[in-house]
Write a protein that binds this ligand. Structure first.
Ligand code: DP6
Length: 378
């Protein structure tokens, strides 16, 4: 790399490390755009080190890291038309899976008001937002990560029309920044592979404001990891993630939990590099159970696992011992189980899932997913 290029790269990396909220407030746009449309598809992600607890403005209480998925995703089409005069409210229609969905509108309004400072054109347009998920709506799979990521990318696309000189690095970083304001974990659904979010002193360029592609060498075993999502329980969760995060304020174990997440993230660094799956399994399963332990020890306490969640976990442990494979589980904020395993064990583990685990899924439903490449413009 030429000396000048290298110097520029260093400067850019350093700027990225110190980006603050104000760096995402644009100066006056050079272009105007009357009308147009854009479509983005964004994936869901599964956290290995969990984000649970937050401060004001969607700042995480601890850093987290996730695998970006591939099959579980949201596709969003944004159509925009410039209004004759600025609207006092946000002007938008929302269609979910082809039909108007009034009940989703408050969440979108909240998102738009949180990002307005960074996208000052929002009241100048009427938007039609059409969105759909690749997974069944009632599956209990959180669509907020993929949904907010897809919408943030659509809005960035419009901003790029108004500011065509915008660098693509900045485009994706700001998309992650905006997505975070919609739903924290959504900032990890822009880029592919392994994504890290939240300031950690030992992870260079890590930020509370946006997710970054994991910045250290990753062993090839993690390039093709599988995640089969077992749908244990359909329907509304008893306690939303947002409420769960809130219960980490004044939680008796909050301090220890936030420290544990930081330590686990650091411990994963050599694991990601060396491909040590035994260590990977113990960190990932411990994170999943620690997350649910926080729920059970909140006040008020609650439990999102169901009897079948525990049945599945026990079956996985038994099978792993007997087969000497590297299958393990993780959980998100719900009863579903994410079964993780490497590519070279896929035939054997998938057979085990079909033979022994699918019986515990609601209506036998499961989704074969795997680590993916990030969001795409269609
Ligand atoms: C358990 O990102 O859904 O999945 O920021 O309130 O929208 P909000 O919460 P959300 O929380 C995700 C919690 C989790 C862990 C994780 O994905 O890191």
């Amino acid at each position: 790399m030429a000396l000048r290029q290298r110097a520029l790269k260093t400067i850019f990396v350093e700027i990225a490390a110190f980006m603050t909220e104000t760096d995402f407030v644009p100066s006056a746009y050079l272009e105007e755009k009357e009308a147009g449309s854009t479509v983005w598809k964004a994936p869901s992600n599964i956290a290995l080190v969990k984000y649970w607890g937050k401060k004001e403005n969607q700042i995480p209480a601890n850093p987290s890291v996730s695998f970006t998925l591939q099959a579980s995703c949201t596709e969003t089409r944004l159509e925009y038309t410039r209004l004759e005069k600025e609207s006092p409210d946000f002007s938008f229609d929302l269609l979910f899976e082809g039909a108007p969905k009034e009940s989703f509108k408050p969440k979108i309004s909240t998102f738009l008001s949180r990002v307005e400072n960074y996208l000052p054109f929002l009241r100048k347009y009427h938007f039609t937002i059409e969105t759909s998920n690749s997974f069944p709506h009632s599956s209990g799979i959180a669509s907020s990560a993929s949904g907010m990521a897809a919408l943030a990318l659509c809005l960035m696309d419009l901003e790029k029309e108004l500011d065509p000189k915008m660098e693509m690095d900045f485009f994706y970083r700001k998309a992650s920044f905006l997505a975070r304001l919609g739903s924290g974990s959504a900032c990890r659904s822009i880029k592919g592979g392994i994504v890290q979010w939240g300031r950690h002193k030992d992870i260079e360029n890590s930020s509370d404001l946006y997710g970054i592609p994991y910045p250290y060498p990753v062993h090839p075993v993690f390039e093709q990891y599988h995640d089969t999502i077992l749908l244990v329980h359909e329907g509304e969760k008893q306690v939303s993630s947002t409420l769960g995060h809130d219960l980490m304020h004044n939680h008796p174990f909050a301090k220890q939990r936030f420290e544990q997440a930081g330590k686990n993230l650091k411990a994963l660094q050599p694991v990601f590099t060396d491909g040590n799956l035994v260590e990977f399994i113990s960190l990932v399963e411990s994170e999943a159970l620690s997350l649910h332990a926080m729920m059970m020890s909140s006040m008020p306490y609650f439990m999102l696992m169901k009897p079948n969640t525990l049945e599945i976990i026990n079956k996985i442990w038994e099978y792993r011992n007997a087969s000497k494979t590297h299958v393990c589980f993780t959980l998100d904020a719900g009863a579903n189980v994410h079964v993780l395993y490497p590519e070279n064990e896929k035939d054997q583990v998938l057979q085990f899932i079909k033979d022994e685990l699918v019986a515990y899924c609601q209506n036998g439903q499961y989704i074969c997913d795997r680590i993916g490449f990030g969001a795409k413009k269609l």
